[in-house]
Design a protein around this ligand. Structure first.
Ligand SMILES: NC(=O)c1ccc[n+]([C@@H]2O[C@H](COP(=O)([O-])OP(=O)(O)OC[C@H]3O[C@@H](n4cnc5c(N)ncnc54)[C@H](OP(=O)(O)O)[C@@H]3O)[C@@H](O)[C@H]2O)c1
Length: 346
């Protein structure tokens, strides 16, 4: 794909991430020649007053696509396991939002601000990291480059939209039920529970916090926690970083927040770290104000704040970061990779 050439694009999946990809492509004026949108079923959708014809995905649809942005569900029946290879065989480069191929050898796992040089190594498939990993990497990548990371302890506070469209709706449905059944009651007699089994999470998410994202696995870490560990090692190209995570679902619709504790290899100061963070792409460093999930929603930045030294441990610091999980955590990062491909910038 040459410089400034218009590109034939396919978007596969029109859940929360797929819709955001359509929005980001338009907002960033991605040089689209022909756009095809696929899901399991055909229909027309409206995104910010632009209508898109969604086709039911089928093997005969894959000719002539240059870049295929996958935002389908994961696993055996998911879009990328079923169709990514078929797009690649027809000449497309696939950018996959799911976890199916992220850790495979030969599949670059890319956060453009940190490792866009890996894009050129692709053999037809490039993986977008997990949303929690992406925003952490935007903040930690420059710290690792300048001072070396010895240890990272990350606690995430993750929005319901991170689990897709139905999960976002379930927070609203549960909240509505609780508000409606308590109409006219005063605070002391409010019943904060829902009457039915939770639709999407292991527990009710309205008025609640759930310390589990994904299934439990090795060392009693969840799959989301292992994604943070393994993907960080792969993107930073350093398995020696001692990294540990606790991932928590909170009753927020959009934007993940993360408390990140890190220990550097080289001696540094808050002032030096502020300088590095303030000059790094993709980061909005806030020394005097606090980012919120609501203020980050719809934006492109990873907001970093609350940078402070641990008074009890050498070379150790805390930071807080917030970003829109559907944009930088998924759609925007994928479109940035597509931009690198279409500009031959990698
Ligand atoms: N949500 C996030 O914050 C986030 C962040 C990073 C990565 N991701 C990843 O991005 C992907 C999409 O997530 P999402 O939250 O947007 O999911 P979602 O809201 O559940 O939407 C999934 C979409 O994929 C389509 N789909 C599923 N299986 C398909 C198949 N076999 N062929 C074609 N289309 C298929 C569905 O089609 P129908 O509409 O026709 O059913 C639907 O439009 C997932 O892999 C997820 O892990 C999500």
């Amino acid at each position: 794909m040459g410089d400034k050439k218009k590109v034939n694009v396919a978007v596969i999946g029109v859940g929360v991430v797929g819709v955001e990809i359509l929005r980001v492509l338009k907002q960033r004026k991605f040089p689209v020649n022909n756009l095809k949108v696929f899901a399991r079923s055909a229909r027309q959708i409206d995104v910010d007053s632009t209508k898109y014809d969604v086709e039911a995905i089928a093997d005969e649809n894959f000719d002539g696509i240059n870049i295929a942005l996958f935002a389908g569900t994961e696993g055996e029946k998911g879009a990328s396991r079923l169709y990514a290879q078929k797009f690649i065989e027809k000449g497309a480069v696939v950018i996959d939002n799911g976890a199916d191929f992220r850790l495979e050898d030969g599949v670059p796992l890319v956060v453009p601000e940190v490792n866009k040089d890996k894009i050129k190594d692709n053999k037809g498939l490039i993986a977008n990291p997990n949303c929690t990993t992406i925003q952490a990497i935007v903040a930690l990548g420059p710290i690792h480059k300048n001072f070396g990371l010895d240890k990272v302890i990350l606690t995430s506070f993750q929005a319901t939209s991170g689990a897709g469209l139905k999960a976002s709706a379930s927070l609203w449905d549960e909240t509505k039920e609780i508000v409606e059944k308590n109409k006219g009651k005063d605070f002391s007699s409010v019943d904060k529970t829902i009457s039915s089994k939770p639709a999407c999470f292991s527990d009710q998410i309205a008025f609640n916090v759930i310390p589990q994202i994904g299934g439990f696995g090795e060392h009693n870490y969840t799959s989301e926690e292992w994604k943070v560990v393994n993907e960080t090692h792969k993107i930073l190209g350093d398995d020696s970083i001692k990294i540990s995570a606790t991932c928590v679902r909170v009753p927020v619709v959009t934007s993940h927040s993360e408390a990140i504790y890190f220990t550097t290899k080289k001696e540094t100061t808050v002032e030096e770290l502020e300088k590095v963070l303030g000059n790094s792409p993709g980061i909005k460093y806030l020394s005097n104000s606090l980012p919120s999930c609501l203020s980050a929603e719809g934006g492109d930045d990873v907001f970093v704040s609350r940078l402070r030294r641990d008074p009890f441990c050498d070379k150790s610091f805390w930071l807080w970061c917030v970003s829109d999980n559907l944009r930088k955590g998924a759609a925007l990062n994928a479109v940035q990779i597509a931009e690198c491909l279409s500009n031959n910038q990698n």
